[in-house]
Design a protein around this ligand. Structure first.
Ligand SMILES: [Zn+2]
Length: 77
């Protein structure tokens, strides 16, 4: 899935009136989001604005990807 497809998928999930959060708030919610996601929870809804921010902010998305990889590695052990 490339970035454009991801954006479209997230746009469908989140709807147009999703408020975007700032990098600080995004960073605070990162842990929670990564925890919720593998549990099959609707992480996007639980952590409001987070997904929308990730789509528009490469820095936070990179942070999220590395944290997700880290958590995934932990669980695999
Ligand atoms: Zn950010």
């Amino acid at each position: 899935m490339d970035d454009r497809e991801l954006r479209q998928a997230l746009g469908r999930l989140l709807g147009p009136q999703q408020a975007e959060i700032g990098c600080d708030e995004c960073f605070e919610k990162l842990d929670r989001y990564v925890e919720l996601e593998p549990a099959g929870a609707d992480a996007g809804a639980a952590v409001s604005g987070f997904s929308a921010h990730l789509v528009g902010c490469p820095a936070c998305r990179e942070e999220y990807e590395s944290l997700k990889a880290f958590v995934g590695g932990e669980q695999a052990l």
